[in-house]
Design a protein around this ligand. Structure first.
Ligand SMILES: [Cu+2]
Length: 439
């Protein structure tokens, strides 16, 4: 009953947000022409030398080649979303460095809770250059500091997915990510002012499935915690072997990936066998500079190391919105994911998250999630659970291009009755953190 109440309250939360966002969308269409001013602040000068003439008119940087892959994999976010990072021109190469290192003190309450101090983080370096008027090569590397926290990751009530020992499911803990999160190259060929085609290869890389991975998602960047819905939405972001072909037309993108279905194993420093046995397709649409929508579906061959006989069919849909107002900037994502396992299990998850920055040095963030999982229950019974978290960060500028932040978050968890793990009466979680990041 509790889980139904959560599902309903999420829906009630999401519906007015969606309605409100819709009115915002009409408004934002009117200032479509302003896109280039709020897109990628700090990069306008670098961009201008390389931008193609059609860019101002079309208003979709992605379709026009420069900085094609600003986020994880080949995913899109709103064109107006600013990307923090250090941008440099090195001869003909446009380069960008993004880094975030956290120190987190984590405490999860209840019998299955635990405490830990750990240091997650990510570093991303990308470079791209044009060849002639119509071709662009992009290279990207993305590293995670997670493996240094140990194979059991960190305590996070209701998190489930992957394994620490190759034998048991990791439950109520978030697994560490692999050291090599993305080593990828893209080749983009521009066909006209509005059309381009591209090829993307990653080992590891991210297939065309799901929204932008949470660590690069504009509505989640300031939250040190992984969404418990991660394995229903964007968990394929580290895949050992991805090949994607796509076509962009103005604000539309259609892409197809062939990739390795198996999730990374518990050895987080290594490279794993590329199998290219799974397929995904994604349709993305940026109707204006403030919105990014996607629908995607995939067939994953034997994704689970602990359940290798079963395949998965996944469907996701998401909408991300970003806008800047006199009182501050707002980013939000509403996402839904559903997994159909070949043994008949049907599980879904929904997420609504938002970040509000009244000034560049203050961030308020919130996330509400619901998951239906078969790993939280004995006998693999699918049960619903949920979490709502709220957080705050205060940043300080410590050097040119760098910010140091202090923050915290508090999470309320809604646990299934008679779950495998005893959760107690107050399944809450809290994190206090310090972080250093590129601005
Ligand atoms: Cu992940």
């Amino acid at each position: 009953m509790f889980s139904r109440a959560i599902g309903l309250s999420l829906f009630l939360l999401a519906a007015p947000a969606a309605a409100q966002d819709h009115s915002q969308m009409d408004h934002s269409k009117m200032d479509h022409g302003q896109m280039n001013h709020d897109a990628m602040p700090g990069m306008e000068h670098d961009m201008s030398g390389m931008a193609h003439d059609g860019m101002d008119m079309a208003g979709h940087a992605d379709a026009m080649a420069p900085m094609l892959w600003r986020w994880s994999g080949t995913s899109w976010q709103p064109d107006s979303a600013p990307q923090p990072g250090i941008h440099l021109m090195l001869d003909k190469w446009m380069t960008m460095l993004v880094g975030r290192v956290w120190g987190v003190a984590d405490s999860q309450c209840g019998p299955d809770g635990d405490s830990k101090v750990f240091a997650p983080g990510m570093l991303m370096a990308m470079a791209q250059r044009d060849f002639g008027a119509n071709d662009t090569l992009g290279l990207r590397t993305m590293f995670s500091l997670d493996p240094f926290m140990g194979r059991r990751g960190y305590p996070l009530l209701l998190a489930n997915g992957e394994t620490a020992d190759g034998k048991t499911h990791l439950i109520d803990r978030q697994h560490p990510h692999d050291l090599f999160m993305e080593l990828a190259a893209t080749w983009t060929h521009r066909l006209s002012d509005t059309d381009s085609v591209f090829l993307y290869g990653g080992y590891p890389g991210e297939p065309a499935l799901g929204p932008t991975a949470y660590m690069m998602r504009i509505s989640a960047m300031d939250n040190p915690s992984t969404p418990i819905a991660h394995h229903w939405l964007d968990s394929t972001h580290i895949t050992f072997g991805v090949l994607t072909a796509g076509w962009t037309h103005d604000g539309w993108k259609l892409e197809v990936s062939q990739f390795t279905g198996r999730e990374p194993d518990q050895h987080r420093f290594d490279f794993e066998r590329a199998r290219f046995d799974s397929t995904a397709a994604r349709l993305s649409w940026n109707p204006d500079s403030h919105w990014s929508l996607q629908m995607s579906g995939g067939f994953l061959k034997s994704p689970e190391q602990l359940d290798p006989d079963h395949d998965e069919t996944r469907f996701t849909a998401s909408a991300t919105w970003y806008d800047a107002f006199p009182i501050g900037s707002v980013a939000a994502t509403l996402a839904y994911g559903r997994k159909y396992l070949s043994d008949g299990v049907d599980e879904d998850a929904a997420l609504l998250e938002t970040e509000f920055k009244p000034t560049p040095l203050w961030t308020l963030f919130a996330r509400a999630e619901t998951i239906a999982s078969n790993e939280l229950m004995p006998g693999h019974d699918v049960r619903r659970a949920g979490a709502v978290s709220l957080g705050l960060v205060r940043d300080f500028r410590v050097a040119d291009g760098f910010k140091l932040g202090l923050g915290g978050l508090y999470a309320f968890n809604f646990t299934p009755a008679s779950a495998t793990a005893p959760y107690g009466d107050n399944p809450r979680g809290a994190m206090a953190f310090v972080r250093l990041l590129t601005d």
